[in-house]
Design a protein around this ligand. Sequence first.
Ligand code: CAA
Length: 387
Amino acid sequence: KTMQIGIDKLGFDTTPLYLDLNDLAKARDVDPNKYLIGIGQAKQAVIPPTQDIVTMGASAAEQILTETDREHLSTVIVATESGIDNSKAAAIYIKHLLKLNDYVRTIEMKEACYAGTAAIQFARGLISLHPDEKVLVITADIARYGLNTSGEVTQGGGAVAMMISANPHVLAIEDPSVSYSQDIMDFWRPLYATDALVDGKYSTNVYIDFFKATLERYQQKTNRKLEDFTALVFHLPFTKMGKKALEAVLQDRDDDTAARLRANLTHSQKLNREVGNLYTGSLYLSLISLLVNTDLTAGQRIGLFSYGSGAEGEFYAGILQPDYQKYVAGDTIKTLLHKRSKVTVAEYERLFNQQLGFTKADTKLDVAADSSKYVLVGIKDQQRIYK
Ligand code: CAA
């Protein structure tokens, strides 16, 4: 009963390219402050056709995978809404690229941006039955709304990898968690579509309703107050969304707790501002952002709000562990973002349209143009080929 289970390590990967949202604002004839302040995004990952959830997921996982992990790994779960096949799990491709041993279970999970949290909860269940085993959860997505759409400024992409184990080094997940779901059409992507359909304003309102509903129920169950949290981290489809949600529960409060939660929200938004929406990975990139930009103390409680359109929300909390900094690849992540190259709006539009989508024809992609370790080489006989 006293066994702690949670996030043992965190890794992150995105593409080597980004778009400066000042440039996008100019091209779309919008005041840059709408994007930088109103939406709260500064840059957006640009996805070349040679990158997808498999390549980014493999790179993120490789950052945190040791020999011991490989020996104890029972399961790889890829949580995504950017699947590359309607049947076969992306986890199998990743398992192959990472040369994991064959005695491992590989699956994919889906519920919009929420599925990463579902994967973590499933992993906790597996580990409580088999405490020696580890589960690799990879959240990977590419957010696409289309050129010249109102969602365009909230695109992005990348992957967060998490090792879930007993006696975790980063965050021991507590009970209870509160899940909440309703059949709602705020954002969806029919099987024939490469870009998401969205009722934008409505989606932000549903997000806030779900946050309030899950937090309220959590507080009823635990008697915990906002005072009991060092930080609240949020799914960040764009960073302003976190501010909207936090302010919805702070309601003009102006005390120490409110000041602390606001300051830590700012830290938790920093990396997301540079990358954009990762769908399933956004909440966990925000957690990384909090951990690498602050100096928190072991024993402190962090609340997490996960949201996926359609819609499903979950609020849960975890306790920070001693020396957690050593298990979050902070320097690697900062270097990775620092080394990205900026592309022009014209180049971004060209790459956006080059995504393979529903192509059936044999295709060879320009892999020499992509410096990433893992790349999609192309399509042969209707099969995706990776290297
Ligand atoms: N300076 C500063 N701020 C400015 C400004 C300026 N010059 N001009 C406008 N703004 C502000 C506006 O006041 C507004 O702020 P508030 O939201 O705080 O009122 C903000 O910029 C956005 O402007 P609009 O209200 O005009 O918004 P929009 O029509 O451009 O659409 C959006 C914004 C709805 C987020 C749209 O980008 C969208 O649909 N995005 C995709 C959907 C999405 O991310 N939904 C989030 C919840 S769903 C979810 O979380 C799952 C998921 O990942 C998709």
